[in-house]
Design a protein around this ligand. Structure first.
Ligand code: ADP
Ligand code: MG
Ligand code: MG
Length: 886
């Protein structure tokens, strides 16, 4: 019932049903939250009565009463959305402490230190969450009530010479509570409420409001969680991990979320409350002996300190894993030796861990092959292909500090100390490592753009570590050698100062920090990667091809599992490596002013095109290779610098002025809709002919060598079948000539890109002279939206912020518009030519969500850049598995 109760509420109920020890409580539904907002932040009718009833039942189970002076029950008020948003919303603990109940609780527990510890926590959380955030107060940086109260706590500790919060005595804490309350009144202008019911409703309202808190909204944007879902509110009896040395609290995973290692793994703190572990106030201890590392060897494990509670917890985590058939992320508290479960959910994990867990669980028989395929998100594969530090280069560098390896992989970048700086530097194209004192969920946007994260405090389960892992980001936390002076913008490690902007390298897999640039390399393939991809392919029905324009790219694509090339852009030989010679020939063609001049230049370019075609066909032996005829507007290739203009003037035997004059003639106001694509081939059939002859000659030569080339000719930017007819005549004539010249016969496939809306609407006609369509969804999106691909940056952000469009249509296919056009083209194309092959070669071909859509459309294949091929393969397999007719 996660949609109704939120993930947290639903799983707490589930654990109850499984007979596990869960403190009693109830959950206010997500629907209530939606209604609350619809009513302009007012509680729906009947809520008060229902809460009262549910509270009564809770009181009966716990044998204590909320607000009762003799036998007081305390509550927690917890947020929980459908999908987990770690640390992004609010929770208030120890609700119900006020003058009356404090006395009662002290009598009942005979533990005043515990009671005042709980009280100071309540004051801090409540004033922050309910009195400040929920009231919409936005204090300046460092002036928030929580920070100010924390300052008072630190001040008391340092005045008394205490190291840890646990050194504070009952008297200290009692004084602190008074100091806190005075400060709250001073800063916020209202007294801290001394009434249990007021506290409860204040908390419920604040948790509901936290759904629209700044952090929560930012996180939803990034994760694509709809604003309408709302949060549930779980009201639950408190259990106390802060009652002394036989009490504790902790967070655990049934398997290691960073590596996938099948060992129970986690962190705990003695005499503490839950958020201490996740907020990084003290550095937590390892859960058990088996998972200790060099950094944690000296610390006490729960297994050794509280063996009985540990054993019970261990059994519960095993049961939960079998029940949910997936890795569990668990929160627990031990009150005076007795274990209580406070949360379980399917744990977030890195790509590496996702892969390893899927394969392990498959072997263990916990899941079947289909489930294993579904367990790795296509985007996570990206991480597996992400860089790590080059171990040779790393050996030469000196480790300046060590921390906890919270997010694997390597990162190199300039250090910055605030999330705002990370965002600002990133937008200037710099790679940054965000260094923070402690992990703080308010930094999400900075964390998102940083290449790596480094924090001085916090554990493996801190919020930042969770978020970083979820994003596959390199992160090191709890690196205690790091001292920050954010004001002076310097970081100090072992007495050495590093100003903002210094280049650092992180090894997030081992927790090593370097103060120099270490080289990075692509992660070597996980040995299980291939095995996994084989299973993936066994479910996949749609083909996957690559967009590749060189023999090298073609080889990479093959290594990643491409089944052909769906887009070879002839013009790519005019960019990048070794482009100079062919480019100068092309420029001659472009600027020639008569047929004779042009033909000569064309003849000079032909050998280059043939070599490029031949060597790529060679690599792709036996697999289809789609050559797209010259596509971009010619002016793109016109020389811009005087040097190049001079060079060309000499070649053409004309003056520089003449070169400039002829170049100017080519200028177009709207080149994307100008003289490009097939239009060039219509104006200059000799340019098409040269490309086609080069491709067919390369084919014939390879056949002579005994190879099996499969060339496909693709005509770009078409809008009428007449264009196809026109170019086909050239193809057929050249084909015949080449066959005769080489004395052999071969076939080729002829088709077109579909990237102009008109072509989609007339696809039945187009299909009359096309054996395949390949959707060019970049241009199709551009022309459907009337958005210039190259200029969208100036307004896209605003369009997204104002919710005029829900996402960037160049990232995901817009199924409502572009997708509709594709659907039309598919139907019409098939009606005219039932055997027509259908593919896609725009950037969308590597976007999982768009791949799903292509599967639904029944495309023959998707084509994407080589590095995205595993992602497309996985997305295609998942589409096949989840499709209703599979
Ligand atoms: P989040 O969604 O940020 O994890 P939670 O609602 O899980 O927030 O609360 C944070 C922490 O507060 C938990 O890890 C847990 O340890 C502690 N906590 C919440 N409810 C209770 C409770 N009823 N008794 C004791 N501790 C609690
Ligand atoms: Mg939690
Ligand atoms: Mg195009």
């Amino acid at each position: 019932m996660r949609n109704l109760l939120g993930g947290k509420g639903a799983n707490l109920a589930e654990m109850c049903l499984l007979g596990m020890p869960v403190p009693a409580g109830f959950t206010i539904t997500t629907e209530t939250c939606t209604e609350y907002y619809a009513l302009g932040c007012n509680y729906p009718q009947g809520l008060a009565e229902e809460v009262e009833k549910a509270l009564k039942k809770t009181e009966e189970v716990m044998e204590a009463r909320y607000g009762d002076p003799q036998n007081p029950l305390l509550l927690s008020c917890r947020s929980g959305a459908r999908s987990s948003m770690p640390g992004m919303m609010e929770t208030v603990l120890n609700i119900g402490l006020c003058a009356e109940t404090i006395e009662g609780l002290i009598k009942k527990t005979d533990n005043p230190r515990f009671v005042y510890d709980a009280y100071r926590r309540l004051i801090m959380m409540y004033s922050d969450v309910v009195m400040e955030k929920a009231e919409g107060i936005e204090p300046e940086e460092g002036k928030g009530i929580r920070v100010q109260l924390d300052g008072l706590l630190q001040k008391m500790k340092s005045e008394k010479g205490y190291k840890s919060d646990t050194d504070l005595t009952a008297e200290d804490l009692k004084d602190l509570c008074d100091i806190f309350k005075a400060k709250v009144l001073e800063v916020l202008g209202t007294p801290f409420p001394d009434n249990a019911m007021e506290q409860l409703w204040g908390s419920i309202g604040a948790v509901l409001k936290s759904w629209n808190g700044k952090r929560a909204i930012a996180y939803r944007r990034i994760e694509g969680i709809p604003d309408e879902w709302g949060t549930a509110v779980t009201v639950q009896s408190m259990v106390y991990g802060n009652m002394g040395e036989n009490s504790a609290t902790g967070v655990a995973f049934s398997r290691n979320p960073a590596t996938g290692e099948p060992k129970f793994y986690g962190e705990w703190l003695m005499d503490a409350q839950g958020e201490d572990v996740v907020a990084g106030i003290r550095t937590p201890n390892p859960l058990n002996e088996a998972t200790k590392t060099d950094q944690t060897r000296h610390m006490p494990s729960l297994e050794s300190v509280m063996p009985k509670a540990y054993d019970e917890l261990d059994q519960i985590q095993k049961n939960l894993e079998v029940h949910f058939r997936d890795m569990q992320d668990i929160e627990f508290t031990i009150q005076e030796g007795r274990l209580w479960m406070l949360q379980c959910r399917v744990g977030k994990r890195t790509g590496v861990a996702a892969l390893n867990m899927a394969m392990d669980m498959l072997q263990e028989g916990l899941i079947d092959r289909k489930t294993a395929v579904m367990r790795v998100a296509p985007a996570q594969l990206d991480e597996l292909l992400h860089p790590i530090l080059d171990s040779n280069s790393e050996k030469k560098a000196k480790v300046v500090a060590k921390g906890l390896p919270a997010g694997p992989g390597g990162a190199v970048g300039q250090i910055v100390f605030t999330a705002e700086d990370a965002v600002a530097w990133h937008s200037q194209g710099k790679r940054v490592i965000l260094v923070r004192e402690e992990t703080n969920p308010e930094d999400v946007e900075g964390m998102r753009v940083a290449d790596g994260l480094l924090t001085a405090r916090g554990g493996m389960t801190s919020h930042a570590a969770l978020v970083a892992r979820g994003w596959g980001k390199c992160a090191i936390v709890g690196c205690e050698a790091v001292h920050l002076d954010v004001g002076r913008r310097v970081m100090t490690i072992n007495g050495k100062e590093y100003p903002e902007g210094t280049v650092f390298s992180l090894n997030g897999t081992r927790g090593f920090v370097y103060d120099t640039k270490v080289e990075t390399m692509d992660a070597s393939e996980n040995p299980r990667f291939k095995e996994f991809m084989d299973i993936v392919d066994s479910f996949r029905t749609m083909g996957v091809r690559a967009n590749a324009d060189t023999p090298e790219d073609a080889q990479t694509a093959l290594d990643f599992g491409a089944e052909g090339i769906g887009l070879f852009r002839i013009e790519h030989m005019f960019y990048g490596l070794n482009a100079e010679a062919p480019l100068s020939k092309l420029r001659k063609i472009i600027l020639s002013e008569n047929a004779e001049e042009r033909q000569q230049a064309i003849n000079e370019l032909a050998p280059y095109v043939k070599v490029a075609a031949k060597e790529t066909l060679r690599v792709m032996d036996g697999l289809p290779l789609t050559f797209r005829l010259l596509d971009p507007p010619l002016h793109e290739f016109v020389p811009q610098t005087l040097d190049k203009q001079k060079e060309l003037a000499e070649e053409l035997n004309i003056s520089v002025e003449e070169v400039i004059r002829r170049s100017d003639l080519l200028k177009e106001i709207n080149p994307m809709m100008g003289h490009r694509g097939v239009r060039l081939g219509i104006s200059y059939p000799e340019i098409s002919e040269m490309q086609i002859r080069a491709i067919f000659s390369a084919t014939a030569e390879l056949i002579k060598e005994g190879l099996n080339p499969i060339p496909e000719i693709m005509v770009p930017v078409t809008l009428s079948v007449k264009e196809l007819d026109h170019q086909k005549i050239i193809c057929d004539r050249v084909h015949k000539e080449v066959e005769e010249q080489f004395g052999l016969s071969f076939t080729y496939v002829y088709g077109t890109m579909i990237e102009i809306p008109r072509a989609t609407l007339l696809a039945d006609e187009m299909a009359r002279n096309a054996e395949f369509f390949s959707f060019g969804t970049n241009d199709l999106t551009q022309m459907t939206y009337g958005f210039s691909r190259d200029d969208i940056g100036s307004f896209l952000g605003e369009y997204l912020d104002k919710k005029i469009i829900p996402f960037d249509p160049f990232q995901h296919i817009d199924e409502e518009s572009v997708g509709k056009l594709m659907e039309t083209a598919v139907e019409k194309g098939r009606s005219a030519n039932p055997d027509i092959e259908l593919g896609i070669c725009g950037e969308h071909g590597g976007d999982p969500q768009s791949v799903y859509f292509c599967y639904k459309l029944g495309l023959t294949y998707v084509s994407c850049s080589p590095f995205r091929i595993p992602i497309a393969r996985l997305a295609a397999a998942q589409a096949a598995i989840t499709s209703p007719n599979s």
